[in-house]
Design a protein around this ligand. Structure first.
Ligand SMILES: [Zn+2]
Length: 300
């Protein structure tokens, strides 16, 4: 579906500027009828978000109860779990907004989510069936940690390197990704089709922004469950080896963190197996990490 009206393009550009690329991607997909989208909005942004959705003629439902995101350790501002404590400050909460271009689809998605029917809700969200099954089968495992699926997706992926860049879900920690769900594997064909459609859609309205997201999806990313996520912009990838010498390091950690200092001293990273990553430092020394919570993702 192509965006034709100048007014709609203007609104979508304002959404990207004021709510960010990921929310713009979600609203755009709902607008194009690709799926029902669900975004979170704090009270400060709620009025503006409603205005945008009204201008685009979209149907939406705002959950009356606030949800409170629990910030993950080492993942910047990202959150995969809710904070269930009572009496949290309302200004720290978010409303969930369900968005669709069809009232019927909106109602059935809201109903499925309220009934905790995650399989049905996943279909409404446009998630491929293989990825929904993977999610449902691994939910308990992921929840034991920070509810993040990246290590589980890596375990379920054939091969150690050169994954399909459309499925680079890890770049979302840096606010760039065309995938709004955990793929069942970094080479899942169905997930990559969804990401491509999302790219095509955004490219027809915001071509520079769409290409910017794509650029980041093609970069290698080192993921750790509790010690930060690192994106190596411009690093050279040679099969299972990544040369960091000429890259710019983006990190979810604060500037003065110990792990970030360590990563800055690394010259090359070699992936030997899913649980064994070798870091060769500028001083020639090696450090080997054997931990399934660390994933080195390279994407081509
Ligand atoms: Zn899949």
């Amino acid at each position: 579906m192509k965006v034709n009206s100048k007014d709609e393009i203007r609104v979508l550009k304002s959404i990207a500027g004021s709510l960010g690329l990921l929310k713009c991607r979600e609203i755009l997909s709902a607008w194009a009828g690709e799926k029902v989208s669900r975004i979170a909005s704090n009270s400060a942004q709620l009025k503006m978000t409603r205005q945008f959705l009204d201008e685009l003629g979209l149907h939406y439902y705002i959950s009356p109860n606030l949800i409170f995101a629990k910030r993950d350790i080492g993942k910047g501002g990202w959150s995969n779990k809710f904070d269930e404590r009572k009496n949290l400050a309302p200004e720290k909460g978010d409303h969930l907004i369900y968005i669709s271009n069809s009232l019927k689809k909106l109602n059935s998605a809201v109903k499925a989510d309220l009934n905790d029917d995650e399989g049905e809700f996943g279909i409404d969200l446009g998630i491929p069936e293989c990825c929904i099954s993977f999610y449902l089968n691994n939910q308990d495992k992921a929840f034991k940690k920070q509810n993040d699926f990246v290590p589980l997706v890596a375990q379920n992926t054939n091969g150690l390197h050169s994954f399909n860049f459309w499925n680079n879900y890890i770049s979302q920690y840096f606010d760039y990704s065309f995938l709004s769900f955990f793929p069942c594997s970094f080479n899942c064909k169905e997930a990559s089709k969804k990401a491509q459609r999302s790219y095509n859609l955004m490219h027809s309205v915001l071509s520079d922004e769409a290409n910017q997201i794509l650029h980041f999806q093609k970069q290698p990313i080192l993921y750790s469950e509790y010690r930060g996520v690192f994106l190596f912009d411009g690093a050279e990838q040679l099969e299972n080896r990544i040369d960091l010498e000429k890259c710019v390091i983006h990190s979810t950690l604060k500037k003065n963190s110990k792990t970030l200092d360590f990563i800055r001293s690394v010259k090359t990273i070699t992936v030997h197996s899913k649980e064994k990553i070798q870091f060769t430092l500028s001083n020639g020394k090696d450090k080997i990490i054997k931990n399934p919570d660390w994933v080195m993702g390279t994407f081509i």
